[in-house]
Design a protein around this ligand. Structure first.
Ligand SMILES: Nc1nc2c(c(=O)[nH]1)N[C@H]1C(S)=C(S)[C@@H](COP(=O)(O)OP(=O)(O)OC[C@H]3O[C@@H](n4cnc5c(=O)[nH]c(N)nc54)[C@H](O)[C@@H]3O)O[C@H]1N2
Ligand SMILES: Nc1nc2c(c(=O)[nH]1)N[C@H]1C(S)=C(S)[C@@H](COP(=O)(O)OP(=O)(O)OC[C@H]3O[C@@H](n4cnc5c(=O)[nH]c(N)nc54)[C@H](O)[C@@H]3O)O[C@H]1N2
Ligand code: SF4
Ligand SMILES: [Mo]
Length: 900
């Protein structure tokens, strides 16, 4: 197989080209910080200066970065030129990751709500279920500072009490794709193994569980089958709901660089015309296509399959379909009968964002040509010898749908139909968002899951995990038999109903969830909330009963897993401020104490001891993870074999290789850096390992025709719009309705389009004429850290809403006007960014007529009063979720605009 070795100098040159000529609407404001930083020569470590290697703390690309500390403080980042992901480049967020570490930072003793502490100190601890009267405020006057041990003790007793009285499932945990993998593993052990609770969720649920369940349904395992290296082998790249240039800049730059060198076609499917589209067009307009779809993705993909089956028969891989798939007959019949480009037109958009039959045929033609290139190269060869074809990448504009899982299945269908799967240079590539979302998936820190890609209901794996966790198997059975319908949203609805009594929040903010004012915040008023946080004014603290100051990235040891399954080291570069403990350590401490209070052998479950420095050794937990992974889909025992034979610790191996891609089930595999690609037959060659071809029971790809049908759209969506609008209507009580909406490929809201075209003050009350989407902006990462970085804060300082010039004109809104975006559930305020010539920063993307877009990154939520939380965008979003993946749609809301 051809190996295209990335040449760093060439890549830098290419990126210089891209960043300078493509900048256009300027992704790189002012200078090019990435390029200035890139060639930095290594500095020597001195007594006062220390460096550590790490995966960047922000997006799921997982760039290698070098943390530089001086006098015990983290001062700057330098891109790791030896890292195979980014070759010495990083984006502005990664480069400024040192800035927010000490801003607004908590330290010292734990914070406990005064009245909660007073109650606890009454004889017999008073009312163990006492609910604080001061929730909704994080002011100093409402808290006492309590030594860690005492606050931890109180927490453990209360949780044990609630678990005994109301079952373990009444305890919830909201975890994070930003926590180290070791911490995530222990959280799941604690929740399922100790408490027997199934109410463990994570911000990953808002992000990419559609990819998880889509991969499972089709390929039998939550495994992105390819690696970044495949980018440079592809003949075409498509993006669905993925603004790569802002969200995964290094990946965008790699694709753009490949496009510049190999002139590959690119297709961006997105209602907005983003910097991603613009960047590709600036390289070659002729083979860069923008498909402005809103919600019609399933129909679009089915229509491409239809055209291929009719007009490009040579690229259909019938041999592959017959030998390695099921469901292909229903799929091919279905798309042929009902998904011609003409038949899907009612789902291809409204005014000015329509996708014509000609455009669909053009994209299908490009797809066929790219597939032919692969076929020509691989004629008569083994699967892993040829290369090329089509990579389809997708982001959360694609996962965040109430039919998100069906969206993902539809991508796999099309690639499978044409054999663009299980070969180098092609395949379905889900781009994860958070730096360690893949760790969350790996460790199964979600409802119904166990570590290593297995469900709780798998009896032999349950026994296997109970053995490795040293917990009674009945606890896992209890967890399995406990339900958490609705996943993260359901957890909040259950809390609102009184079914969830306590909640842990670890490295995740509640403001990432939808329907803040009618669902999330009222729910958190009712639960006992234990928060691990780093910032004094984090929104979580408004609702916290106890706050434990945490150590953060750069101050803790562990690993993260990037989108290409690469397990990267995250090393400790400096000590945390006094009193701040690693999140992982706090999970162990509380887990131990609660296990003890519940009558379990706590020292057996958590056998680890603190080291001399006072912290637990993350590598010991990592070794336990490797050992427990034996024989599974994600086997890492090769790292232990290398340690045994070569005497090199797992962390040292990860450091030297700059990451290992799971699985690494043998000595040789671990030494080679793990497994680049899955489903490549090589797995059958690993002795004594149960690897087949695909990971479904029958070893085949399960294709499934997914439908989209707008014929009953208005009636059904009308009912969906009652959630969060009418009192007492819960999604978890209406699952058949959600299923119906899913099966027809609908949206949670539907705008009153007839009310467009008039000035904002003429729009009747109760009418919501426009679409609204909430996503990400390049300069910021989520809501906490980049918002506290002076550099990124200066670049994009305030909430804005992208608006089409003509819509603004009709509404009577001028560029820079302050507006209120109102939905059935709430409102937020923003500056109108009218068109790309707007003076409101960053003015980068064009929205189609009728669609507005704001970043969710600038959410400010430091008050419980909706009127004071002017930028809390999730006050407006809908809680309706995909019945399998649990994802909600943050991008298809109906809003009205009011001038402030
Ligand atoms: N700068 C920055 N980068 C980040 C993050 C960040 O906060 N800031 N967060 C990280 C995380 S956690 C994530 S998950 C990723 C998210 O990265 P992306 O997935 O790129 O994020 P979004 O901008 O939310 O959504 C992508 C696009 O989906 C489009 N879209 C909306 N509706 C539809 C639709 O119906 N169909 C299609 N095809 N497209 C649609 C939107 O217009 C948008 O441009 O970014 C990661 N990287
Ligand atoms: N409207 C809308 N909402 C969205 C999305 C969207 O596109 N639109 N995207 C969704 C997506 S894709 C995602 S991934 C989620 C992301 O949601 P989150 O990952 O929950 O968002 P963050 O803002 O990063 O919140 C992290 C929290 O952890 C705290 N923190 C920081 N460092 C540490 C640490 O070391 N230890 C501890 N214990 N705490 C720490 C921060 O102060 C903050 O409160 O949001 C989702 N929500
Ligand atoms: S935010 Fe993402 S692309 Fe930017 S430096 Fe960090 S990992 Fe790399
Ligand atoms: Mo995400």
């Amino acid at each position: 197989m051809k190996r295209i070795k990335m040449n760093r100098r060439d890549f830098l040159k290419g990126s210089a080209f891209i960043t300078s000529t493509v900048a256009g609407s300027s992704l790189m404001v002012g200078a090019n910080p990435e390029l200035e930083a890139a060639p930095a020569t290594p500095e020597k470590a001195t007594a006062s200066r220390k460096t550590a290697i790490a995966q960047c703390p922000y997006c799921g690309v997982g760039c290698g970065t070098i943390i530089q500390a001086e006098n015990g403080k983290i001062v700057s980042m330098r891109p790791d030129k030896d890292h195979p992901t980014n070759y010495g480049l990083q984006c502005i967020k990664g480069l400024t990751a040192a800035e927010p570490i000490y801003v607004d930072r908590m330290e010292g003793d734990a914070y406990v709500r005064k009245d909660v502490w007073a109650e606890w100190n009454k004889p017999n601890h008073g009312d163990m279920e006492y609910i604080s009267k001061t929730k909704g405020s994080f002011d100093e006057e409402h808290f006492v500072r309590v030594p860690y041990k005492e606050a931890s003790d109180m927490t453990a007793h209360k949780i044990a009490h609630l678990a005994k009285k109301y079952t373990g499932n009444s305890i919830a945990l909201y975890g994070s794709g930003q926590l180290t993998m070791e911490g995530q593993y222990l959280e799941n052990l604690f929740m399922k193994g100790v408490l027997g609770s199934n109410t463990i969720e994570a911000n990953a649920r808002m992000c990419m569980t559609s990819a998880v369940t889509g991969y499972f349904a089709t390929l039998g395992s939550d495994t992105p089958p390819l690696a970044y290296e495949d980018i440079e082998l592809a003949d075409m790249v498509m993006h669905f709901g993925h603004n790569a240039r802002e969200a995964h800049p290094i990946i965008f730059w790699r694709i753009a660089d490949h496009k510049r060198k190999a002139d590959i076609p690119t297709v961006v499917v997105d209602p907005r015309y983003t910097g991603t589209s613009k960047g590709y067009e600036d390289i070659n307009k002729d083979n860069s296509v923008h498909v402005p779809i809103l919600n019609g993705d399933i129909s679009f993909l089915n229509a491409i399959a239809h055209v291929l089956l009719k007009d490009h028969k040579d690229v259909i891989d019938w041999d592959f379909l017959k030998a390695h798939t099921t469901g292909w007959k229903e799929y091919t019949d279905g798309v042929l009968n009902n998904y011609s480009p003409e038949q899907v037109q009612d789902r291809m958009g409204g005014p000015n964002h329509d996708v014509s039959p000609e455009l669909i045929r053009r994209v299908a033609g490009m797809f066929a040509d790219a597939t032919r290139k692969r076929l020509a190269r691989s004629k008569g060869k083994q699967a892993d010898e040829g290369y090329g074809g089509v990579i389809i990448m997708w982001g959360i504009g694609y996962n965040q749908h109430i039919h998100g899982q069906h969206n993902v299945i539809s991508i796999v269908n099309l690639l499978t139909l044409t054999g663009n799967l299980a070969k180098p240079g092609c395949g379905p590539f889900s781009m994860t968002g958070q730096p360690n979302a893949m760790g969350e998936r790996f460790t199964g820190g979600l409802t119904d899951r166990l570590p290593f890609n297995q469900p709780l209901k798998n009896t032999s794996h349950r026994k296997h995990m109970a053995r490795h966790w040293n917990v009674p198997e009945e606890n896992l059975i209890k967890a399995m038999n406990s339900e958490n319908p609705g996943f993260a949203v359901g957890m909040m609805e259950r809390a609102l109903k009184g079914d969830v009594k306590a909640m842990f929040l670890v490295y995740a903010t509640h403001i990432d969830l939808p329907d803040q004012h009618k669902l999330v915040r009222p729910a958190m008023m009712k639960t006992f909330n234990v928060v691990q946080e780093i910032y004094r004014h984090a929104p979580n603290n408004l609702y916290a009963d106890v706050i434990f100051p945490a150590a953060t990235w750069g101050e803790v040891d562990g690993v993260y897993i990037s989108s290409e399954r690469r397990i990267n080291r995250v090393e400790k570069a400096a000590e945390a401020p006094p009193g701040c403990l690693p999140d992982m350590d706090m999970v162990i401490d509380k887990g131990k104490e609660i296990a003890h209070l519940l009558g379990m052998d706590a020292d057996k479950i958590f056998p680890w001891q603190r080291k001399e420095d006072g912290f637990y050794d993350a590598q010991e937990i990592f070794r336990a993870v490797c050992a427990a992974s034996e024989g599974t889909d994600t086997d890492l025992t090769g790292l232990l074999e290398v340690e045994k034979i070569d005497g090199k610790t797992p962390y040292q191996q990860l450091r030297d290789l700059r990451g290992i891609q799971w699985p690494a089930p043998s000595y040789e595999a671990a030494k080679a850096g793990g497994t680049k690609r899955r489903y490549m037959l090589q797995e059958g060659k690993w002795a004594n390992k149960p690897y087949g071809y695909f990971r479904t029971q029958d070893g085949k790809v399960h294709m499934k025709l997914c439908l989209q049908d707008y014929s009953q759209r208005e009636e059904i969506t009308k009912k969906l719009m009652e959630f969060g609008d009418k009192e007492g209507v819960y999604t978890i009580d209406n699952i058949p309705l959600l299923k119906q909406a899913r099966d027809m490929g609908l949206t949670p809201d539907l705008p009153d389009e007839a009310e467009r075209g008039q000035t904002w003050d003429k729009v009747p009350a109760g009418k919501y004429p426009y679409w609204l989407g909430l996503g990400v902006v390049y300069e910021h990462f989520h809501t906490a850290k980049s918002n506290r970085s002076p550099t990124t804060r200066r670049l994009v300082p305030e909430m804005y809403v992208e608006m089409h010039v003509e819509d603004a004109k009709e509404l009577g809104i001028k560029d820079g006007d302050k507006v209120r975006l109102v939905t059935r559930r709430g409102f937020y305020e923003a500056k109108a960014q009218v068109g790309v010539k707007s003076l409101v920063k960053p003015a980068r993307n064009s929205v189609p007529r009728g669609y507005m877009f704001s970043p969710w990154n600038l959410s400010v939520a430091d008050s419980a009063d909706p009127k004071k939380n002017k930028w809390l965008v999730n006050g407006v979003s809908s809680r309706v979720w995909d019945i399998v993946s649990g994802q909600v749609d943050f991008k298809k809301l109906a809003c009205r605009i009011e001038k402030v």
